[in-house]
Write a protein that binds this ligand. Structure first.
Ligand code: THU
Length: 141
């Protein structure tokens, strides 16, 4: 198997994980189910869905769930992200999730945004969060 198709296969399993976990989303208030999957540096896949709450601000995004699963498994680096929703155009991670993903990924980390209908947009963390707040900003001047 060539490296390109191996890469495609790897991405496919991440897409499958995000697609499957989306069905589990608890979204009775927005009726907008989101699935996310991240690949840890070990190669393992972690997935998460949005979990809403009657106290609306207490709801959590799919990306946050996937990141929490990764960290709970002992990993703190991610190499690839997939997010999927039933939206007219590929889902765009919210600002908070961009910062959460940037905590564990690098600027070149690929982020694949999908619709359940099959539209796809490939971007990366630097494009999603230009000028990200980082530890550099906390250094004393
Ligand atoms: N949502 C996510 O899970 N991820 C995003 O990047 C955008 C929004 C969820 C939060 C809420 O449960 C629903 O989508 C509508 O905002």
């Amino acid at each position: 198997m060539g490296s390109k198709s191996a890469q495609g296969d790897r991405c496919m399993s991440l897409k499958k994980a995000a697609t499957a976990v989306r069905e589990k989303a608890y979204a009775p208030y927005s009726n907008f189910k989101v699935g996310a999957a991240v690949r840890g540096a070990s190669g393992a896949i972690y997935s998460g869905c949005n979990v809403e709450n009657v106290a609306y601000p207490e709801g959590t995004c799919a990306e946050a769930g996937a990141i929490a699963a990764m960290v709970a498994a002992g990993e703190t680096k991610l190499t690839e992200v997939v997010v999927i929703a039933d939206s007219p155009l590929p889902i765009s991670p919210c600002g908070g999730c961009r910062q959460k993903l940037a905590e564990f990924g690098g600027p070149d980390t690929p982020v694949i945004l999908l619709t359940v209908q099959g539209q796809e947009q490939v971007t990366n963390l630097a494009e999603l969060l230009p000028g990200a707040f980082s530890t550099e900003h906390m250094e004393k001047s």
